[in-house]
Design a binder for this molecule. Structure first.
Ligand code: GZL
Length: 320
């Protein structure tokens, strides 16, 4: 049977439509994406989700890793503007300092989507929508778990050390605020040390070593703004001859596989989920934005709380 070129094109177009790939001949949507870096298991999973979703969706993805430096993100966004991409998406490493480059994107009529983290801008028209977790609520959930533990030990003092995320980043600011809001006024819960570990295992270990040197056995709770810093701190606690998860209760955020492994080993007490798998949602929203469809200004993700007693049962379900 001779298959004409016309038939081939028609078949390709219907196949493309079925897989939401652009029909043959249609120019695929081009997205410029500036990623924070590769600082944590969470970030690695977030990047994988974005790249996989772009491939599945036929989006032409221009991906730039900023290595946790704001100046690299500004440079990447300017480059995307110069390349006339259809849409720019990024996870701002810190909340402030993006106003100027976002005005340049607006002047170039290129829509901007915030994913994962927010920016602090007076002019909210500088971005179309923000898809990401509610970090204040994550901080509240972390503190509520500790309140439940404290309720079982009336009168016991909980001396908390806090490993903060990247200074100036939305998750660090908000997770600190949410946690402080819930423990406020409780005389048994006190944050005795708080310092940034920049969301990395190495820095989390280093800062926990300093906490232990200064406060040693006085510490009985660690609140880490992400699992990677908690895992680094666990190493420091063990090297100090103390039992993580027992001598020092450990509360962290993200819900990455490493946290579940630590919980199953009895070294971490609870992780608050922060879903990095935003890729599919981002690609769909980008298509809607470029098509001029109305989209919500703020899109949040549903997340859970995973205490150690649930770790073994939940671990097989984990996708990151
Ligand atoms: C949260 C994300 C944070 C993660 C960290 O949405 O921005 O950055 O909690 C990551 O693991 O480094």
């Amino acid at each position: 049977m001779v298959v004409t070129r016309r038939t081939m094109l028609r078949l390709a177009a219907s196949a493309a439509a079925a897989t939401c790939l652009p029909a043959l001949g249609a120019t695929p949507l081009t997205m410029g994406f500036s990623q924070v870096g590769a600082e944590s298991e969470w970030r690695t999973a977030n990047t994988a989700s974005i790249k996989e979703a772009a491939g599945k969706d036929g989006v032409n993805l221009k991906f730039a890793d900023a290595q946790q430096k704001q100046e690299n993100q500004v440079k990447a966004i300017r480059s995307f503007i110069a390349q006339r991409v259809d849409v720019i998406a990024f996870s701002p490493v810190v909340e402030s300092g993006f106003e100027t480059v976002l005005r340049e994107a607006k002047a170039a009529k290129i829509p901007v989507i915030l994913t994962d983290r927010a920016v602090n801008v007076t002019d909210k028209s500088l971005y179309t929508t923000f898809i990401g977790s509610d970090f204040v609520e994550e901080g509240r959930l972390a503190a509520r778990w500790l309140l439940q533990q404290a309720a079982k030990t009336p009168g016991k003092k909980y001396n908390i050390v806090e490993l903060q995320g990247t200074v100036g980043s939305a998750p660090a600011i908000d997770r600190k605020a949410g946690f402080a809001e819930v423990i406020k006024g409780n005389p048994n819960l006190t944050i005795i040390r708080s310092q940034t570990g920049d969301f990395t295992r190495a820095k989390g270990k280093e800062v926990m070593e300093a906490f232990l040197k200064a406060q040693g056995n006085n510490i009985n709770v660690l609140y880490a703004h992400n699992d990677d810093m908690a895992i680094g701190a666990i190493q420091a606690i063990e090297e100090a001859g103390m039992k993580p998860g027992k001598d020092i209760l450990i509360i962290s955020i993200d819900g990455v596989k490493g946290a579940f492994e630590a919980m199953m080993a009895g070294k971490l007490n609870v992780t608050i989920e922060c879903n990095p798998l935003l890729g599919p949602q981002l690609m769909q929203i980008a298509r809607d934005v470029v098509a001029g469809k109305p989209v919500p200004k703020r899109i949040t993700v549903v997340e859970g709380v995973f205490p150690a007693e649930q770790a073994a049962r939940e671990f097989p379900n984990r996708r990151y």
